[in-house]
Design a protein around this ligand. Structure first.
Ligand code: ACM
Length: 302
């Protein structure tokens, strides 16, 4: 971490836990691994120059999303500590920032739709997407754990796109102490009857607002734009405060965009304490969440 940033974070910690969060929305290109790496580096550098402490890039930013076949998916993969991690680690080391970036991860056993968390000292964590969407199941194995990382300014967890339609991962991260959930995404129009509402929000925006409101956690979705082999990506990236309301976005449906928001992470504790007598996590009553099936009683004829 650079001296400049360390001083700034320490200073902030005395008065509040202010963090500048960024979501970079752009269009990676399928199979163009080197160009995608250069784009990830450029967006990270741009966000760091704008003062971002934590930068989120889209899902599968290293490889693109719509693969034609196994060979293509494999050729566009790399190890977690491969060239993308090295290149982004350099940017983090130079600027003192942290970045979460989607990667087509190759390991000895399988490929994963993963997200790397990197900082000034390099690769910190790899999250492997747990809930694979549609054709992703042809290319990737599912992950089975949720890393939570204690960064100098707060605790960061990761989910990837379709994961957010399952409330359990975000809840588990919040219960474990997450302040921010970073969500690299590739939201697609497929299988949806309504794609945008009249204010430019997509369903994922509302899901992340609900996730933030239910858990008292900051959520950051970096979506991609563009069309890949007939699949349209939705943009509409968003940064949501711990109270569930947007701080930045939704971004446009089709343009490159950098969203920035200053978040006071002390707002996490305040959001969780919903009223003097209610705490979002403390008031959970799991023992009372038993479903009792009741038979429909039909009147017996007289
Ligand atoms: C998705 O999970 N990328 C739709």
């Amino acid at each position: 971490m650079s001296g400049r940033r360390l001083r700034r974070v320490r200073y902030r910690e005395q008065v509040s836990r202010m963090v500048r969060v960024a979501a970079a929305q752009y269009a990676p290109v399928v199979g163009e691994v080197e160009a995608n790496r250069a784009a990830a580096v450029a967006w990270t550098g741009r966000a760091a120059a704008a003062g971002a402490d934590l930068i989120v890039l889209p899902e599968l930013a290293s490889s693109g999303y719509v693969f034609n076949d196994e060979n293509e998916a494999q050729r566009a993969s790399e190890e977690a500590d491969g060239p993308l991690a090295a290149a982004l680690g350099d940017v983090c080391a130079r600027s003192g920032c942290y970045v979460v970036c989607g990667v087509n991860e190759r390991s000895a056993e399988a490929r994963y739709n993963s997200a790397l968390l990197l900082g000034p000292s390099g690769l910190i964590a790899t999250y492997r997407k747990v809930h694979l969407f549609h054709d992703e199941q042809s290319w990737f194995a599912a992950g089975d754990e949720l890393p939570l990382v204690e960064l100098p300014f707060g605790n960061v967890g990761i989910i990837v796109c379709f994961d957010m339609w399952f409330p359990e991962p975000a809840r588990a991260l919040a219960l474990a102490g997450a302040d921010i959930i970073a969500a690299p995404t590739n939201w697609v129009a497929s299988f949806k009857r309504t794609v945008y509402d009249d204010r430019g929000y997509v369903q994922g925006d509302y899901v992340l607002m609900a996730t933030a409101a239910q858990n008292g956690v900051v959520t950051v979705a970096a979506d991609r734009v563009g069309v890949e082999r007939g699949t349209r990506f939705l943009g509409a990236s968003i940064i949501v405060g711990a109270d569930g309301w947007p701080l930045a976005g939704p971004a446009s449906s089709d343009g490159d965009e950098l969203l920035l928001a200053d978040v006071d992470l002390d707002s996490v504790a305040a959001a969780r304490q919903r009223t003097p007598r209610n705490h979002l996590l403390g008031d959970r009553r799991p023992a009372s969440y038993r479903v009792r099936r009741l038979p429909l009683r039909t009147p017996t004829p007289a």
